[in-house]
Write a protein that binds this ligand. Sequence first.
Ligand code: NAD
Length: 482
Amino acid sequence: MTTTISSIVNGERIVGNAGGVDLNPSDTSDVVREYGQVDAAVAKDAIKAARAAFPAWAATTPWQRAEILDRAGTEILARADELGDLLAREEGKTLPEARGEVVRAGQIFKYFAGDVMQPHGYALDSVRPGIDITVTREPVGVVSVITPWNFPIAIPAWKIAPALAYGNTVVFKPAELVPGSAFELVDILNRAGLPAGVLNLVLGRGSVVGPIMTTDPDVNAVTFTGSVGTGKGILAADAPLSRKVQLELGGKNPLVVVDDANLAIAVEALVQGGFGSTGQRCTASSFTVVTDAIHDQFVAAVQERLGKWTTGDARAAGIEMGPVVDPSQLETDLRYIELARSEGGQVIGGELLDLGAKGHYLSPALIVGTNANDTINREEVFGPVVSVVRVKDYEEALAVANSSTMNLSAGICTTDLAKASHFKRNSKAGMVMVNLPTAGVDPHVPFGGKGDSSHGPREQGYAAVDFFTVSKTAYTNPGAPA
Ligand code: NAD
């Protein structure tokens, strides 16, 4: 029997109207969860509940908030196998990847449980003698959290944990494809001790509940991760309202491989960065820029590695890559492969796989012989599709890498310290990796990009306080007469 889940508003389960279905992309005959999608009125109720809960939650001590976050983190870590299995089943990343994501979510709650107790304000002397100044941090208020399907528990965690830690209340809308992990997360936090209304879950269509969550006057801040198009729409709608908006959007992330690279490291960086999580990562190494002298050797080594690559049911043992998340993403992947071919690229792999189950299986696609300006090197695919551009030397490689407009992450494989240092200084990306895949950022460090990839303060780590609080500057004249 399929488990039915629901929205949660003010601590109450709200069943919703039309039937939402959460299917397993490895085998679409497996219904992971059923749920009712709610309408705009329920989103409005959730915002009202968060608004009503805000004053009391903001007035709790940091220690009270830390204890709840810590308890939630402990439960997430203790249930990593079970929650990892659910995540692999509804999203399609492999079990080790899914379990790793759950552990990361648990660590994020532990991190912010500790961070709450850290000093975030400071005191200064005024230029006027005898006057004291303090700068303190206050919660923003009601925060709308809107997340994509590709990290069903880690992305909600890295938004919800700091929001709650600094005293905000939350309305959370996960992507329609992955409501199961979201429901478990909210349930864990509520049972860890959150008062009713502090964290509300809205399971609804983005086009229906999204506009309420981003424009309602009771919302003080919107944190969104998803596609560039949706993010820009939110920003435009919010502009007249002057509220805080944080956007983490798409990425077109170059991996540069130069003549002096360690070949084995470069091959693994490409394969893990490009095809890990089925390439469905905003930080995926989706285009590779390779210098002339190592190009043929590198492509041959990647091809040999991909020859042993295993694609299959996300929960099967020994699988390196699970299915594509749904028919629409599969159609996008195939469309980009054909487009690259029509623009002159030679496609290795990228074939539909019939593995006996009703899943969306695609073999990894490596596309060689592409030009920097080809569509495949300009637009985000968000699938197991990696293109290769051949360049003369490091200088040209850097120029091609920097031609991306979605500068989330960039990498270089080199054994030359001078090139590594130069690349770190001159890459346009928000995150730079040397001899590593472009994906894979620790839970405690700032995360975010430049260009069309991000808007607003960074997420995660000490940077999170910038978005989830506002600073207050206060003056005191201690010598004022009574
Ligand atoms: P999407 O933009 O289609 O959806 C993201 C979320 O927005 C979903 O919950 C969706 O229901 C909601 N939504 C849809 N319309 C809305 C509206 N009008 N108002 C408010 N919310 C609305 O993105 P997706 O397909 O779920 O995710 C894939 C994208 O996310 C890729 O572009 C990927 O690069 C990006 N992403 C970025 C990061 C990052 O940190 N930069 C991380 C993961 C994914």
